[in-house]
Structures are given as C-alpha cells and as structure tokens.
Design a protein around this ligand. Structure first.
Ligand code: ZN
Ligand code: ZN
Length: 281
C-alpha cells in the first residue's frame, strides 16, 4: 500500500509540474501572439476572446491570462516569474491590481510566500476595488444581479438621482430604478446608432470634394446605421468581427488615391482590423 501511495504521489506531482509549466508556456505564447497581432487576423478581439472561444478555457481562466499578459507589458518580471515556475498564473493574477515597475520584487515575493487569504487582504488594503470583481450575474431570464464598486462622488450622484427620480415618480425610487433610468437616458443620448436614427441632417446635394475633409453627419449617420456601429471586418470563415468598441470610419478607397467621403466609400472598423486593413493594402 505504501508503494502505491508513493507511486501515485510521484505521478500527481509530475503532472502538476507539467501543468504549471504548460500554463507558463501558454502565457508566453499568448503574449507573443498579441505582439505579432495574430488575433485580428484570426478574427478574435484579443486574448480573452481567443482563450474563451478558440481554446475553450473558462471565462475565469481566460480573464487570468488576459490580465497577467497585459500587466506583463508594464512589468515583464511577472511573466518571467510564471515562466520560471516561481508563481502560478492564479498567484500572479492576484497581484495584478497593485504591482508596478517599482514594487514588483516585493509583491512577487508576497505572492510566492503568503497564503491566498493574507495575500488578498494585503492587495485589498492597497486597492479596495480589487476585492470586488465587477459582474452582472443572471438571476432569471428577466433580471440580473449587478455588482460594482463606486467611489464617494458616484454614490452621492446616485443618491441625488434617487431623490430626483422619487420626486418625478411620486414614489420611493430604488438604486436599481436610478441605474435603469440613468442607463436609458445616457444611452439615448450617446448611442451612435440611436443618434443616427434621430438625425435630421440631410445632404445638401453638394457632391463630395476630393482630398481629406471632415465627414459630414449626413454621410456619417447612414454609415453608422448601415453598419450598426460595429466592426464590419469579415474573416475568411465568414464570421463578422464582434467588436463594438474602438471603432473608426475607414475609407475603402483611400483619400490619397481619390477616395471620397461617400456612404459607399466608408465602413466601420475596429482598431485592430483598421490597422490590419491598412497594413495589407
Ligand atoms: Zn482607414
Ligand atoms: Zn474588428
């Protein structure tokens, strides 16, 4: 029996060592893929999206790789520590909210030596926001639970809105009512598609001039509506990019080559696909 215990113990330890080594190697590979701008070519928005959809890792795991990889740009010692097996990915991601170029030695040492609870307590003491991970968790088909950390000023703003909304409704408004109200009003005001739908700007019938000029709203709004304010890049397998952030209007035929500010000559691209399209034209 003792022999079996020894053998199985050895085997488990070896596998765990392989597992940690693989974790470090995967981290390094993901950083390299990001540096070489591989994700936009494959039509993934970044490390998180790639880990989750292509590598089938859990959301939590994908998030760890993303946050440690991003932090490693500023503090390369973190990825070194993971690669050398000094830190596990899970230890490394715990110090991401506080580690800097100046204090990395101290934090890497703490991550290596302190029990998880103590480490979390020390990180939270420096950066209270690190304790609560922001999330929206579905409770049923119709409602979700929202969790976020806000500062004093935001809390005061929410309380003031709560008073205003209660007055407006003639009954006590909850914080959830306030968030619903503020989100709706703000979205109506800032959402580019909604703005474009509301827009009354009409083309003055002037034909667009050659050369670089600001894009008039009468041209921009139809483009925003047509492309639904989302990147229009389509990869070889026919998938359209999901990105709705970091978007820009791109001239299909470049301005320098006589391209005009017309609806047909403009399309929406995200930052990484915009770079990709320019690099390959
Ligand atoms: Zn462009
Ligand atoms: Zn894109």
């Amino acid at each position: 029996m003792k022999d079996i215990a020894q053998t199985l113990n050895e085997k488990a330890k070896n596998l765990a060592a392989d597992y940690l080594r693989t974790e470090g190697e995967l981290l390094l590979l993901l950083i390299e893929m990001r540096r070489q701008r591989v994700f936009p070519v494959l039509n993934y928005s970044g490390i998180f999206d790639y880990c989750e959809r292509a590598l089938k890792l859990s959301r939590a795991q994908a998030y760890y790789f993303k946050s440690v990889a991003e932090k490693s740009e500023e503090v390369p010692e973190i990825k070194e520590a993971v690669l050398q097996g000094e830190l596990t990915l899970s230890q490394a991601r715990r110090i991401v909210p506080v580690v800097t170029k100046a204090n990395h030695e101290q934090w890497i040492k703490k991550a290596k030596t302190l029990p998880q609870k103590d480490l979390e307590r020390e990180v939270t003491a420096i950066n209270p926001k690190a304790k609560v991970k922001e999330k929206i968790r579905p409770l049923s088909l119709k409602v979700s639970e929202l969790r976020a950390v806000v500062d004093r000023e935001t809390e005061e703003n929410l309380r003031a809105l709560q008073d205003l909304l209660s007055q407006k409704l003639g009954k006590a408004a909850t914080v959830a009512d306030v968030i619903a109200w503020a989100a709706k009003v703000t979205r109506q005001k800032f959402d580019p598609v909604k703005r474009a739908e509301r827009s009354r700007s009409v083309s003055l019938g002037k034909s667009p001039k050659m050369g670089r000029h600001p894009i008039p709203l009468s041209v921009k709004h139809p483009v925003v509506k047509r492309d639904d304010w989302r990147c229009t890049y389509v990869s070889e397998d026919g998938r359209r990019c999901e990105e709705k952030r970091w978007l820009a209007l791109h001239h299909v035929r470049e301005v320098a080559r006589g391209g005009l500010n017309t609806v047909d000559n403009l399309r929406i691209l995200c930052r990484s696909h915009h770079k990709l399209v320019h690099a390959s034209s």
